[in-house]
Design a protein around this ligand. Structure first.
Ligand code: GDP
Length: 339
C-alpha cells in the first residue's frame, strides 16, 4: 500500500511546466499530490515544490480570520471580486484543522463563494486534511507556493477564529486581517486579545441597516484598544474600519490599507525580513513534525510506550524516567533501523 503509485500521475516536469504556464488543471492536480500521504506522492511533491520555488513568493499573502458567522465567506467573495476588478488574480486557501475530524467542517459544509468560484481569475481550494495542524498548515503553505508560481498575485488564507490555526496562518502571511462584529460580548474577549495582537487590520463587518451606528462605536472602541498593544516590529499601526460585505461597502478601503502597508514594509525592509523569518520557522516546524512522525510512527516505540503507560499507572516508574527510556530507545532504533 505504502509504495503504491496512484494511476494517472504524470512526471514531475509535466506538473512543473503546467504550473509555470498558468494551467489550472495541472495546478489542481499538483495540489492533490501535495495533499496526498502516499510515499510516492511525497517524493513527487517535493520535486515539484523545489522546482517552482524560484517562481513563487511574488504575491501578497493575506490571512483572514474571524468567528464563524462573522461573514468571512461573504467578505472574501466581495473582496476577491474587487481585487479582480483591479486586475489581480486571487487564490483562496483555507486552514481548517477540524476538517479532518468531522466531515461537515466549519469551512466546508456550505456552498461558499459561488460567484468567485466561477471566475477565471480566482482559484478556491478548501482546507487540506491532516492529522495535525502542523501537517495541514504545511500543505497549505506548499499549495500557496504553487498558486504563486501559477500566477496568482494575491493569496488569501482563511481560518476560523476558534483555535491555534490563526497563529499558523499569521506565520505564513504578510498581512493579517481580523473580521469582527459590533456588539460582540465578553465571550469573544478571550479570542480577541491574542488574535487582536496579531491583526494588521480589524474590519467590523455587517455595518449596514440598524447596525451602522453600533459598528462605528465598535470601530472607535477597537481602535482605542489597539493603541495599548506595543508598536509592531513592522512599523505599521493597525487600523480598524467598518464594512458591509453583503452591501459591498468598505471593501476597497481594505485593499487601500493593504497597499499602504505593503509600501511601508517594502521601504523599511520589514517585508523581506518577515518572509525570511517565516521561511526559517517553516523549516523548524517541519523538523518538529517529522521528528514526531518518526517517533510515534515507529512500531518499536509504539509497543514500548504501551508497556510504559501501564508501569506509570502502577507507579512502577516515573513519567520523566519513562520519557528518558523512550528517547534512548528512539536513538537506538534510529541508528539500527534507518542507518
Ligand atoms: P462565515 O461563517 O464567517 O464564513 O460567515 P458567512 O459569510 O457565511 O456569513 C454568515 C451570515 O452573515 C450569512 O447569513 C451572511 O449572509 C451574513 N452576512 C455576511 N456579511 C454580512 C454583512 O455585511 N451584512 C449583513 N447584514 N449580513 C452579512
Amino acid at each position: 500500500m505504502k509504495n503504491y503509485k496512484p494511476k494517472g500521475r504524470l512526471a514531475a516536469k509535466q506538473y512543473i511546466d503546467g504550473i509555470l504556464k498558468g494551467d489550472r488543471v495541472l495546478l489542481s492536480r499538483a495540489i492533490t499530490i501535495i495533499e496526498s500521504n502516499l510515499d510516492s506522492d511525497k517524493v513527487l511533491a517535493k520535486e515539484i515544490v523545489q522546482s517552482i520555488l524560484p517562481y513563487s513568493g511574488k504575491s501578497i499573502r493575506i490571512g483572514i480570520t474571524g468567528v464563524p458567522g462573522v461573514g468571512k465567506s461573504t467578505f472574501i467573495e466581495a473582496f476577491g471580486k474587487y481585487l479582480i476588478t483591479q486586475g489581480k488574480k486571487v487564490a483562496i486557501l483555507s486552514i481548517d484543522p477540524s476538517s479532518q475530524r468531522s466531515k461537515g467542517s466549519i469551512l466546508g459544509d456550505k456552498t461558499r463563494m459561488e460567484d468567485l468560484a466561477n471566475m477565471q481569475e480566482a482559484y478556491i481550494r478548501p482546507s487540506a486534511s491532516g492529522d495535525t495542524l502542523g501537517g495541514v498548515a504545511n500543505k497549505t503553505g506548499e499549495t500557496m507556493l504553487l498558486c504563486e508560481a501559477n500566477g496568482y498575485d494575491v493569496v488569501l488564507i482563511e481560518t476560523v477564529g476558534v483555535g491555534q490555526s490563526e497563529t499558523a496562518v499569521h506565520g505564513m502571511t504578510d498581512f493579517f486581517l481580523l473580521l469582527m462584529l459590533s456588539g460582540a460580548g465578553d465571550e469573544l474577549q478571550g479570542i480577541k486579545k491574542g488574535i487582536m495582537e496579531m491583526a494588521d487590520m480589524v474590519v467590523i463587518n455587517k455595518a449596514d441597516g440598524n447596525n451602522v451606528r453600533m459598528s462605528e462605536m465598535a470601530r472607535l472602541q477597537y481602535q482605542n484598544a489597539l493603541h495599548i498593544f506595543p508598536q509592531s516590529e513592522s512599523g505599521w499601526s493597525p487600523v480598524v474600519s467598518t464594512a458591509s460585505a453583503i452591501k459591498n461597502i468598505g471593501i476597497s478601503n481594505v485593499w487601500d490599507e493593504i497597499e499602504k502597508f505593503q509600501k511601508l514594509v517594502d521601504e523599511n525592509g520589514y517585508f523581506l525580513k518577515n518572509r525570511n523569518h517565516q521561511q526559517i520557522d517553516w523549516m523548524y516546524n517541519n523538523i518538529n513534525e517529522e521528528l514526531k512522525r518518526l517517533f510515534y510512527g515507529s512500531k518499536n516505540i509504539k509497543s514500548h510506550l504501551k508497556a510504559l503507560e501501564k508501569e506509570i499507572i502502577a507507579s512502577e516508574i516515573s513519567p520523566v524516567k519513562a520519557a528518558e527510556i523512550m528517547i534512548q530507545e528512539f536513538k537506538k532504533s534510529f541508528t539500527t533501523e534507518s542507518h
